[in-house]
Design a protein around this ligand. Sequence first.
Ligand code: ADP
Length: 685
Amino acid sequence: MDTLRGMVPASLDIRWFFNALLTFISFFAVQELAYVFYSPPAVFPIASGVALAALVLGGITLAPAIFFAALVSYLWHGGSATISIVLAFSHVAQASIGAYVLVRFKLDPLLRRMRDMFALMAVAVFGGMIAPSLGVLAYYLLDRPLAISWGDWWIAHMMSLVVVSPLIIRWVSKPYFTRTWMQWLEIAVALGALFTVSYLIAWTTFTSIGGVSLVYALFIPLFWIALRQGPRFMSLAIIGMVGIVLLGVAFGPAGAASPLPLGRRLLNAELFLGMFSIIFYVLVAIEDERRHAVGTLRDHIRKLEEAVAVITSENRAKSEFLAVLAHELRNPLAPLRSMLDTIKIGGMKASSDFIDIASASVSTMARLLDDLLDLSRISQRKFKLRLEKVELCELVERAIRNVSGQIVNSSHTVMFTMPEIRLYITADPVRIEQVVLNLLNNSLKYTPPGGEVRVFLEHTENEAIIRVKDNGIGIESGMLDRIFDPFVQVGVNGKSGTGLGIGLSLTKDLVVMHGGRIDVQSPGLGRGSEFIVRLPLAEVQEARTSVPSKDTPARLRKSVPRKIGIVDDHVVAAESLARLLKHMGHEVRTGYDGVGAVSLVKEFKPDIVLLDIGLPDMNGYEVARILRGVERYSGRLVALTGYGQEEDRQKAIDAGFDQHLTKPIGVADLEAVFAKFALVEKIQA
Ligand code: ADP
């Protein structure tokens, strides 16, 4: 294969050879055609237009082809060797400089912008001076007679460049195009009109109507083409018109009647046609650019309209969502309020039923708010995972234990099948537990009482798989794709479940953030569902060392009695938390503002202060700074806030807090914090 490749010339060389040959033939042929019209002072260096186009399209490497084509042509027509070489060189110099300028100018060969056409016209007008100047100089130095003046020669070159180069550049750079048959008809009529008028002017004696020259009639089809058909057909129109008029002037019947010699008449026609061409090329470019600008503008307007539609629908979705949120938050509040009212009017004592309902309601609300906060943090990319090595069996068991109260109430059966080995993943344990909890909660919610939920923990070579399968209400196949989108709830019999429709979206985000994926399967409505979570496996360990405990609710650990200060401007919140802590065996004092906090610390000397951040006289961060600074308080400071963002946490730590808790806090949160403090103290001791 390699030897073959060595024998075949590079494709670039073949292409160059082909282009060079084409340039040589075109230049030579067009030059020959020009001799047909040769009639000083009119000359027709049409080939200079070919040369410029060839170098713009094919590059400067085609210059030798032009040189030799010109040389052969001049010698062929009896030119002396010196003059032929100079003239051939003048062609090459003019085309090369023109092409260099246009390439540097980044000419778009489709000539769609005004600047491209202006550049091309400028090169035609000014670049067209190069060849005549070199030619005149050579004739002068060699002391040869010259039949034409520099000006006549320049006009000839300029016209060739104006008429021929745009035609070749435009058509060769994009030969293929499509038009509807109506457009073809329009093009045919416009070109037909232009060529007919050109013919009448140059070939017949019918050159005016009622004393008005037919030349004016040329404007009509030319404007038409400029405004509707673009540079491609304008170049065709111009070459056609120029051809018909020049042939008519040279060979038509009108010439005989004219008092001017043929050469002069041809030169006049050349000047006239050159000017006409420049005007209409510029016009077509202006119109083309305008058309493109309008197209772009329309495009932008369409995109803007689409964006407005998206914003409107998002806005509507948000309004709907707020309504659902209000509804969902009211739901758990309703039983709380009625039971509180009953207690207030002395109808009943705070029974354990009430406590169960109240704590369930509070958990529901807290969960809803947590989910909302998480979702917004994820969407703002502010969510951070605290990754560590996590054993999955224990984690899933913990999640099942968490819902065990619910299971007892709803008389569901939950079964957990796990492997006889330990599966480790690198994950944020809180978040993965949240994933399993969400799926379990959904299964319990969407499975009628008495139903069955099975949890399977499995693994492949590099994935841990958690499957949560229920025999509940199931999901219709059309909804399976959408179920993980935020705020999507599937209504069954016109009713949606309780919730905001963000649980699964959050679950999916969390799984994806861990490098995993989640899928759902359901054979259809009423036939159960199965959610499958796959997470990258970090490690597998043989033989479990501890047998997991059965589904028992977590017991509270009794912590060491401590002196605890609570500072919160919400008096009821402070007092109820105080009551809870006292019940847990601690000694407690309360304060309600920053000043109160300082005096509480001075007098009571608590081990731990639970400090609200939003206080009436100063904020909790300031209080913490005073306590740590002036008061030299060395006990534990815990911030209590409604803001759970990472930066709030950081702010608290910076102000001197040991811990940051997001409201509402329950026994478990307090126990966890106290246990942590106890552990730290033990280590320090
Ligand atoms: P929601 O707060 O409504 O439960 P989710 O995002 O958790 O929000 O779930 C979205 C929808 O998916 C639910 O409204 C419910 O229709 C459907 N769904 C979720 N889990 C199950 C399941 N195990 N069985 C049947 N439908 C489910």
